[in-house]
Structure formats: structure tokens, C-alpha cells
Design a protein around this ligand. Sequence first.
Ligand code: ADP
Ligand code: MG
Ligand code: ZN
Length: 503
Amino acid sequence: MVSRMISFGLEGIEAFPVAVEVDLNSGLPAFEIVGLGDAAVKESKERVRSAMQNNGFQFPARRITVNLAPADIKKAGPVFDLAILLGLLCCSGNLHRLPPKIAFIGELSLFGEIRPVKGVLPMVLKAREMGLSAIFIPKANAKEVCYIDRIAIFPVASVKEILKILKDEVEAIPLQPIPFQAEAQEEFEVDYADVKGQFIPRRAMEIAAAGGHNLAMSGPPGSGKSMLAKRLPTILPPMTFEEALDCTKVFSVAGKLEGEIRRVRPFRSPHHTSTYVALCGGGAHLTPGELSLAHNGVLFLDELPEFMPQVLDSLRAPLEDNEITIARANGSVTYPCNVMLICAMNPCKCGYLGHPTKKCTCSPGQVQRYRRRVSGPLLDRIDLHVEVPAVSYDELSTKAAGEPSAEIRKRVIAARERQLARYRDESINKNADLTSPMVKKYCPLSPEAERFLKESFDQMDLSARGYYRTLKVARTIADLEGSEQIEFAHVAEALRYRGLDEK
Ligand SMILES: Nc1ncnc2c1ncn2[C@@H]1O[C@H](COP(=O)(O)OP(=O)(O)O)[C@@H](O)[C@H]1O
Ligand SMILES: [Mg+2]
Ligand SMILES: [Zn+2]
């Protein structure tokens, strides 16, 4: 007796179909799972055996072979438990043949409860893409797929429950998909109204949010760098459904999804002691790192020079490619990472270099060593560099609140909508992702702006990369003003956010 069930495995943030074939043979009692499964897949045997017996079935005293096809792709985790159990029940005559085009995913407890698994969203999306008619998923994962239509999704909590449905003893009701609505203003605990003074850094944050630019802040301790960064999510434009799905897939695959689809762009701030695996992903139980968890959102690296230089170095290529490839024993896996990188650093080890009142205690050598910890090529990826000076007593003690996030966000959204319209035929949707040929095409300068940019170049001896960076930022400044052409004032402001390293 042979049966075949459809289930799913994960590769990166995408799912691939796995045929779970179960064969019952005469021969000495044995239970074998083949098809490149990891330890959790192998241990499936014990869970399936107990779940079967504890639900009143006799475990077949036959030679059982389970094959997970395709046999040449690695499979991980306990997600195949449910399909294996149902296949065994079919083969042993405890369950009639099931109609085709139904998939099953879920881990089993020894008692036969169906436990949540990682990656349910990509699996359900794959099932729909394959034209399957239905998929059974663990009840605890139901929220993450509540927006998915065009496939019947049945959340189930136990073997008893699913058997009742499959035997037509109860009427099964699939999930009713909820229409996705881009978030209205989310509730945040923080607001830019809390930040006093710091007009230039606040403006830089607005530009970064509008164009999706990477930004680096430098300034003495206590000047409000961390404060400014933590408020960034309050002014970011809402995610499109596609962006929200991709972001949710990463969290789902990492097993870090709480509740339903993610609507707010992620804000990840890994500690500076983070390892390569924590930041970039990988590890024994292959999982996306902070960089990918920040996909379509913000990666905030506070105290940038304190990070391990090799770890920072490894961020360069992924920041350029918007995806990260992790080499594995056999093959490799790729996770997306289109992030806004926000960095904060002190100007020197003690933090007070250039401070108006406090004295820096670092030697010139120490200052140099501190700066060198951050590699030039990483700073190269950053469009906006801004100094965050110490706030004066007068500024701090003023009663006047700063401009609230909701107001700033309106301008950011308007500017982002202009970009979405402009790039609708391109593969990008924001100014930060403009390639050099696109810069030429989409950044028309007024004659005055052009002349000014040329003069500045000659005077400041700017590099080619400085040129493109200035234009991209000027493009966003013009978008914030609703101007299709880049004017003199936009270029002038963009030049203000030049890197310290650029001459
Ligand atoms: N511009 C500011 N407006 C209001 N409070 C500020 C400002 N700058 C700093 N503070 C206060 O000082 C604290 C420390 O700021 P923080 O953002 O941690 O500084 P940094 O990261 O630059 O060392 C904040 O939590 C806040 O209470
Ligand atoms: Mg700080
Ligand atoms: Zn110092």
C-alpha cells in the first residue's frame, strides 16, 4: 500500500512542494524516513507513532518507508508530521483515499495536538500558486494567513479535529479572508514632538524616510541620536500589500511572527556585540538575521564603531544587492534585505571631539583608530551624513514641542507617492534605489542647479560617487517639495549631507 500527500519545505523565504510518500510493506517491522531530512524530520517517527496510538489507532507492525520528494533538497523541521501521519492512516486502511490537490502542514505532539510551524505564509502562497484547492494548517498559525484569498485554508488544532473533517463527520468551514487595508496612522509610543531643537538632523530624517536613504549620525553622547533614530518608524510611509507580505514571510520563516501580517515597517536595532550569524543569518537552524528581519524597514546600528569590523564589512555587499546569500554545506540560501540603514556614532572614543564646552581626552592616534573601525566602503553606502550637536540648555528647557510625527509623515507619504508614480515602469520604488543610468534619466536639473553643482564639484573636489549621491538626495528633496525638476535650493541642501570622508 502506498499513499502520497502534499506538504511543503522552505528555501530562503519561499516554500517548495514536498510529496510525502508512505509505503507499507510486508517485512520485519521498521520505520524509515528518507529524502534528506534533518534531525527534526527523523524524530517525526516518534511523534507520529505516539500521536497515532494516543488517538486510538494501532501502529502498523509492518515495514514502513516514508520518502520526502524531491529527494535531493534538504528538508528541515517537524512540518511534515501531519502529512506522514495521514499517509500512514491511509495506507493502513484507517482513512479513505483523500482527494488530490489538498496539502497538509503541521507538527504533532505525542497526544496528537497540531502545533504551529515556521513559514506557514509562504507555504500557503505556494499552495495557491500551484492551484491546490485546500490546505490544512495549524490553528495557531491562522492569523498570519487571514488575508489570503483564492484558496481554502482550514486551521486545525488536533488529529481528532482533522479526522472528523476528512471523514465528513463535521462540516469544515475555511477561513474567511479579510481584505487588507494599508494601516491608518499606527499608534506609536514615541513621537518626533519629543525631540527639541536638532532641526537639521530632524530634516535629514524626513529626507531619509521620504527617499528610503541610508543615514549616518555623528555627535557627542546625549545629543539625541538614539532618540532621533527610534522615532523613524513614526514617519515612514505605509507598506504596500506586497511589501507587507514579504516582510511577514521573513518573520514567519524565522518563527518570529506574532499574530497576523505585519503592517508596520520593522525597526531592528541589534546590539553591537552581535555576531555575523545574528546579523546576516545562517546558523545550525538556518534562520534569517537582523538584516533580513529589517527587510522593507529600518536596520539601526547604534554605536557603529563598536561593532566588530568583520561583521560590518560583511554588510556591504548585501546592502548593495538588497539580498544576502548564505553559503551552506550543500548549496546556499538567499534572504531579502532591502533596508534603510541608520547608523549612529560618537565623533571619537570619549565622545567629545569638537564639543563646544567639554574637552576631548583622546589622542590623535586614538581618534584615528576609532574612525578606522568603520570601513570606508560601508560609509560609502550611506547617502546622508549628519552631525547631531549637543543640545543647549535653552533648547532643552523650551516648552515648545517639536513638530509632531503625523505632520512630517504626511509630507513623506506625498513624496513617496510621487516616486511610486515615476518609477512604476522600473524595478525600483524609491530614490535610494536609483542606479547611475536612472539618475541621469530621472534627475533633471534646472540650468541654475546644474551650474551650481558643477561649481561645487570643482571647488570641493567631489568624487563620482559623491555626484550620484548628491543627485539622489536632491531628487528626494525636490519630491518633498512637489517639484519634478531639481532646483538650485535642492542641490544646495543635498550638498549639506555630504560624507565627512568625501572631499
Ligand atoms: N534634542 C533633544 N530633545 C529632548 N530630549 C533630548 C534631546 N537630546 C537628548 N535628549 C534626552 O537625552 C537622552 C539621551 O539621548 P540619546 O538619544 O540617548 O543620546 P545619544 O544617543 O546621542 O547618546 C534622551 O533620552 C532624552 O531624554
Ligand atoms: Mg545613543
Ligand atoms: Zn575624544
